[in-house]
Design a protein around this ligand. Structure first.
Ligand code: SAM
Length: 279
């Protein structure tokens, strides 16, 4: 049963980390002229109204994207991320938060393609409306655990995958590790970006080791913790990036530190980045 709705969490610190990093990786891959195929396995609804009842319930964006948009912040490390968010709001107050599919769509060049998978019918309808007509974007109402292994490798041979489950279903932790291993065996050169929450839960805490145990090499890890260890709920989140583009790791490390300075609550937590599994 799918009960998770990203409408309650849009623009929170986890979104800020994954979205800014995802765009940094796309930008790095686009330094070469060859066409790219991007995949987003858990696409969500695409565009979120930060003034909706759902978004206002816990106002998670107030300690996420809203902090980055304060005029006193100078966040060069976020690259095109803030530019695209400002454009989505036509320079006015930020009420519309574009999710991962719209952020990637804004980056596509004429020959690039974006493949989206989403299982929830309501999210699929909203997403279809938010994307508009774009021949470069392919939306599948499909279970990604079956879909992604069937769709890689792409004909272009160059590209990246964003894997962003809600982890509401605890099996997602093992499911993601197995899917990653299966897809990496079929497409070892692809870049894979996997988001995970920092919460007090054995499966979540074991997740990076579980991915390392797949035997995949070149896994970069970055963590952003904004609340103390004792905080209930999600105190931060992390990314595991398989095959990060060669020039992206330095930028991702700067990004993690810049985000921590801006988002940490009373200096809690910290940021770190480095190889979980090297070459
Ligand atoms: C965390 S949200 C995605 C947010 C989106 N990636 C973003 O950053 O804007 C997770 C989404 O995955 C969808 N979902 C859950 N299980 C799925 C599956 N097996 N295959 C495809 N989508 C799934 C949910 O309906 C939900 O919309």
């Amino acid at each position: 049963m799918l009960s998770y709705q990203h409408e309650y969490h849009a623009g929170n610190h986890g979104d800020v980390l994954k979205h800014a990093a995802w765009m940094t990786i796309i930008e790095s891959l686009q330094k070469k002229p060859g066409a790219l195929r991007l995949y987003d396995t858990h696409a969500g609804s695409g565009l979120y109204d930060l003034n909706s009842t759902e978004a206002r319930l816990n106002a998670e964006h107030a300690t996420g994207i809203y902090r980055l948009l304060k005029p006193e912040q100078s966040l060069d490390a976020t690259g095109r991320y803030l530019e695209v968010i400002r454009a989505a709001n036509r320079g006015k107050e930020c009420r519309r938060y574009p999710g991962s599919p719209l952020l990637a769509q804004a980056m596509l060049r004429p020959g690039d393609h974006l493949v989206l998978m989403e299982l929830h019918p309501r999210s699929v309808s909203k997403l279809r409306r938010a994307l508009g007509r774009d021949r470069r974007v392919h939306l599948h109402e499909r279970d990604c655990f079956e879909g992604l292994p069937a769709l890689v490798p792409p004909a272009e041979r160059r590209g990246a995958v964003l894997i962003d489950p809600s982890y509401e279903i605890k099996d997602d932790f093992t499911g993601v590790a197995s899917m990653l291993a299966a897809c990496h065996a079929r497409w070892p050169a692809g870049t894979y970006v996997v988001w995970y929450p920092m919460i007090r839960d054995r499966a979540a805490e074991r997740f990076p080791s579980r991915v390392a145990e797949t035997g995949i090499r070149r896994i970069w890890q970055m963590n952003l913790q904004v609340l103390p260890d004792s905080a209930p709920g999600m105190r931060g989140s992390g990314l595991l990036i398989v095959n990060p583009p060669w020039d992206a790791t330095g930028r991702l490390e700067s990004l993690a530190h810049a985000l921590w300075k801006c988002l940490a609550i009373d200096g809690a937590g910290g940021a770190n980045a480095g190889w979980l599994v090297p070459e």
